[in-house]
Design a protein around this ligand. Structure first.
Ligand code: ASP
Length: 449
């Protein structure tokens, strides 16, 4: 009998396995938290089992970021061919980033002005939180003190030494060098540029193999990451800061499912439902890692495979977006600054709120795509409008949860940008492969991996 066929069940698709990992990690972490509390055994399991597993998964993703960003950006630029096209795409991309980020902060500020979460926080809870998180706050304040935000921020985009930028994970420095390298390739005669491009292409392909390997670990890695967060999470804090958390998450949800649905429908001419379904692995990875950088390899891969975004556009827009386009972070910053202003009784006028919008957009561009990357910059925004930086102690206990949600928005925003740019450059998205291939060839693009 054909027992091979009768007995064999189709394996679950990877995204379903990752989703099950997410749910499994959350359910077991929350159960342990609720039923066992903060017992030393729980801490032991998190420290010696789940956290290391989660870290291995995260590191496998992060490990490919520098070579992948370099190869995909340099090839993206070289693949675009002419500098005018690069300039046009660059300007469109940056404009989209800034405008959509400003829209996100505006949504947040409207909500926080209407809901006014800071007014309900009791004096006792405020003092208690300031006391509990004093140590952690001091560290972040110190980091903020070292962060120079001003003209030097722009000067620093040009790295003195690209290798040092790679070693330090200075994404803007790596991006700048990769862009210039790609531009330089377009000036070389084809016979000289081609071998270099072939090597870059090979590096990119090898990185994709590594991402595939890392993503095989994703169901377990995601479960371990989520378990570590939920098992330790101070759920009692959620009740105390419930209105604030609700305001941030409501704002993120409006932007994620409202604004992005409209944007992908209007600018990328995609069905929003299909869009979200196509990128669900990206969203789950962003949610569980809280890092745009760690999610970047998956973002590039999925955008090309599931949405049909051409390699040269994905390779250009997505690495830039992972560093510069943080809609969720900007929205979170705006809401948090106004929330803390309400808590500390600082009245912020309309013009002060405009400053909050501008500063949130700028600092979101400068924030690193790592967990908690925006916190030092958030302090800068607070101080600019006269709210004490120490105030972030009040929200630190719930920050990880908010970070998971805002990172999901950040990364989704990057894909909407890439979809918009691809569409505006005349590429069809997510249709039959033959059509994509045809249009790609017509537009002079070339599929690399
Ligand atoms: N974790 C965020 C990201 O990687 C940055 C932040 O808002 O802290 O996109």
């Amino acid at each position: 009998m054909s027992e091979g066929i009768v007995g064999r069940r189709r394996p679950l698709p990877l995204h379903t396995k990752i989703f099950l990992g997410l749910v499994g990690g959350a359910v077991s972490g929350i159960s342990v938290n609720v039923f066992l509390g903060r017992r030393p055994e729980v801490e032991w399991i998190v420290r010696t089992v789940t956290e290391p597993i989660g870290q291995i998964f995260l590191r496998m993703l992060i490990m490919v970021v520098v070579p992948l960003v370099f190869a995909s950006l340099a090839l993206g630029v070289a693949g675009l061919g002419d500098l005018r096209k690069l300039g046009r795409i660059g300007v469109k991309t940056l404009l989209y980033f800034v405008l959509v980020t400003a829209l996100a902060v505006t949504i947040g500020l409207i909500l926080v002005n209407v809901i006014r979460p800071g007014e309900g926080l009791s004096e006792q809870v405020k003092v208690q939180l300031l006391e509990t998180y004093r140590g952690q706050t001091a560290e972040t304040l110190e980091q903020a003190g070292r962060t120079r935000f001003g003209i030097q921020t722009f000067v620093n985009i040009v790295p003195r030494n690209p290798i040092a930028a790679a070693v330090q994970g200075d994404m803007l420095g790596i991006i700048f060098f990769a862009l210039m390298f790609g531009v330089a390739l377009t000036f070389l005669p084809a016979s000289r540029a081609q071998p270099v491009m072939a090597v870059l292409s090979g590096i990119g392909e090898a990185m994709v193999v590594l991402i595939d390997l890392a993503m095989k670990l994703a169901p377990i890695g995601v479960a371990a990451l989520i378990f570590s967060v939920t098992a330790r999470f101070g759920f009692d804090l959620l009740a105390k800061l419930g209105v604030y958390v609700f305001t941030v998450i409501l704002g993120l949800a409006i932007h994620q499912f409202g604004a992005y649905s409209i944007l992908v429908r209007v600018f990328a001419r995609l069905n929003p439902w299909q869009f979200f379904s196509a990128i669900r692995t990206v969203m789950v990875t962003a949610f569980s890692t809280s890092s745009s950088n760690a999610t970047l390899p998956t973002t590039i891969r999925v955008s090309q495979e599931n949405l049909g975004i051409p390699g040269e556009i994905a390779g250009f827009v997505l690495p830039l977006g992972a560093t510069m386009n943080m809609n969720g972070t900007a929205l979170f910053e705006g809401v948090t600054v106004l929330f803390l202003a309400q808590v500390f009784g600082v009245e912020l006028s309309f013009s002060a709120q405009l400053i909050v919008i501008v500063m949130s957009v700028l600092t979101a561009i400068g924030a690193a795509g790592v967990p908690g990357g925006s916190l030092p910059l958030l302090i800068l925004v607070l101080q600019t409008v006269g709210v004490p930086g120490e105030g972030i102690a009040i929200i630190l206990g719930v920050d990880r949860l908010l970070d998971m949600c805002r990172t999901t928005l950040n990364v989704t925003g990057d894909v909407t940008a890439a979809a918009f740019i691809a569409r505006s450059e005349g590429y069809a998205l997510m249709p039959r492969p033959s059509v994509v291939e045809m249009e790609r060839t017509e537009a002079g693009g070339e599929r690399r991996w």
